[in-house]
Design a protein. Structure first.
Length: 204
């Protein structure tokens, strides 16, 4: 933890910073926060599952959720730092300094990496939840549904950010790979998210 760790802020303070006329935290950090909230809900569902005679999700499942939770929290701050660096590099060229295209492209890739990772990990969590959904506590199916919605929404938010920033990449092969990977990741989020929501809402 550091003084710049956005997760150390209260909910009120974080939301106020998002609302301020400042570039960060912005869409990337909010997407990571939404993913973290969805993952936390999934962990709660898992904690309440497997009681009594019901089968319990395996330890590996709990570990996947815990690692994802920690990563989403870290990405809230990592995204803000990446975007701040991108703006600083771009500003040097805008204010009469010598433009460094290599530095700009490197900063752009770093700014793309954070939301792309949010989406990728969201897809992994949704796939794990979809695999073990039948072991979830029936009383928490609504929480499972909300978790799926939030994780899918985080992936969709990250998709917008990655797509927008990727337009400025000069390496066409690199751009194509990133966008192809993004398409695969988002499809994974959508497929498992819809499956989980359908399962959770059965009988309602």
């Amino acid at each position: 933890m550091t003084a710049d760790d956005l997760t150390e802020l209260s909910v009120d303070a974080f939301l106020d910073q998002v609302a301020d006329r400042t570039p960060t935290p912005g869409g990337g950090g909010v997407s990571a926060l939404v993913a973290a909230a969805g993952c936390a809900l999934a962990r709660m569902v898992a904690a309440y599952s497997g009681k009594g005679d019901a089968a319990s999700p395996p330890t590996q499942f709990h570990n996947v959720l815990l690692r994802a939770d920690q990563l989403f929290r870290a990405l809230i701050t990592r995204d803000a730092a990446a975007y701040a660096k991108l703006r600083a590099v771009a500003k040097r060229g805008e204010t009469g300094g010598q433009r460094d295209e290599r530095a700009e492209q490197a900063a752009l890739l770093t700014a793309i990496a954070a939301p792309l990772e949010v989406a990728a990990v969201a897809g992994q969590v949704l796939a794990e939840l979809d695999q073990w959904k039948t072991l979830s506590n029936p009383r928490l199916r609504s929480d499972l549904c909300v978790a799926a919605i939030l994780l899918d929404a985080a992936g969709q938010g990250a998709r917008s950010l990655v797509s927008l920033n990727a337009r400025d990449l000069t390496d066409e092969a690199q751009k194509s790979k990133i966008l192809a990977d993004l398409t695969t990741i988002i499809e994974r989020c959508r497929t498992h998210g819809e499956s989980l929501q359908h399962f959770a809402n059965r009988g309602i």
